[in-house]
Write a protein that binds this ligand. Structure first.
Ligand SMILES: C[S@@+](CC[C@H](N)C(=O)[O-])C[C@H]1O[C@@H](n2cnc3c(N)ncnc32)[C@H](O)[C@@H]1O
Length: 259
């Protein structure tokens, strides 16, 4: 059991003899107050609620399907899968559809983890940081992250030899039409060839499609991204009132393997 060490039902422990009880909502808080850099780290409750409602509209379903199909085809001997910066757990719930894996998700945002744990009671969810992952070394068979940070040395540590890691990052034209409302000079996202210490790149693919979200979903999409901080009320009103708006989604999906 890689998530720290289960010492008894609903309690986790670590090698330093710390004990963590499961919260009543079903998650573990592994981020002690003294380790928090801010009072409420990670995405806010408002961002999480916007993301949850937007994802419920299935606009990112093709990405979930693609991730599921990549993972289904991997040949892995073990069954521990990890979503790094899992948010409210949208992808992990779907990837685990056949119960092939024991699922672990963590995020530094407590409101995100509370939601994830409530929605997926078979999964193990924790409030924790990707800079110091709450896992024993060499325990994870498949890890992935969708638009979340990771410390690559710690990533290398938790993966088993032969384990896979999938990195999803924004492609050059991700949310182009939304960004046009905010920036006068919209630039393509730079797509540097990110390397991860000790991991070999196996393949890379781009997933592109367009969505036509409702007026309310457009605002939710804005609220769940950092673009929201740049958009004043006038911009939000224009986005809401725009006649049918088609928005490009552009994802880069890169598969790595620990040699
Ligand atoms: C863009 S959101 C993506 C959430 C989720 N992967 C999804 O696609 O629905 C990025 C997430 O990373 C989390 N995050 C940011 N810094 C983190 C850290 N150091 N450790 C763990 N999670 C972090 C945020 O709280 C947020 O939920």
């Amino acid at each position: 059991m890689p998530l720290a060490e289960v010492i008894q039902h609903k309690q986790l422990g670590c090698s330093n003899n710390h004990r963590f009880d499961q919260a009543k909502q079903g998650y573990y808080n592994l981020l002690p107050v003294q380790r928090k850099k801010t009072k409420e780290p990670g995405d806010s409750k408002e961002m999480i609620m916007a993301r949850e409602a937007f994802l419920d509209g299935l606009h990112y379903q093709p990405l979930a399907d693609e991730l599921t199909s990549i993972i289904d085809e991997l040949s892995v001997s073990g069954s521990h899968i990890l979503d790094i910066g899992c948010g409210e757990g949208y992808y992990l719930r779907q990837i685990n559809h056949v119960n092939r894996f024991i699922s672990y998700g963590f995020d530094i945002s407590k409101p995100a983890v509370v939601k994830a744990a409530k929605k997926h009671q078979k999964g193990y969810y924790a409030v924790a940081s990707s800079h110091e992952m709450p896992f024993q070394s060499d325990t994870i068979d498949v890890a992935y992250k969708v638009y979340a940070p990771v410390n690559d040395i710690d990533l290398y540590r938790v993966l088993k030899v032969g384990a896979y890691f999938i990195n999803v990052t924004p492609g050059p034209r991700h949310l182009w039409q939304l960004r046009e409302f905010i920036y006068t000079d919209v630039r393509e996202h730079a797509t540097q060839d990110t390397q991860f210490t000790g991991l070999d790149k196996i393949s890379s693919q781009q997933l592109r499609y367009k969505i036509t979200p409702s007026d309310t979903d457009r605002l939710r999409l804005l609220e769940m991204t950092p673009f929201a901080w740049k958009a004043d009320e006038a911009i939000k009103k224009t986005i809401f009132n725009a006649s049918e708006l088609s928005i490009e989604l552009d994802f880069l999906i890169t598969l790595f393997k620990k040699a």
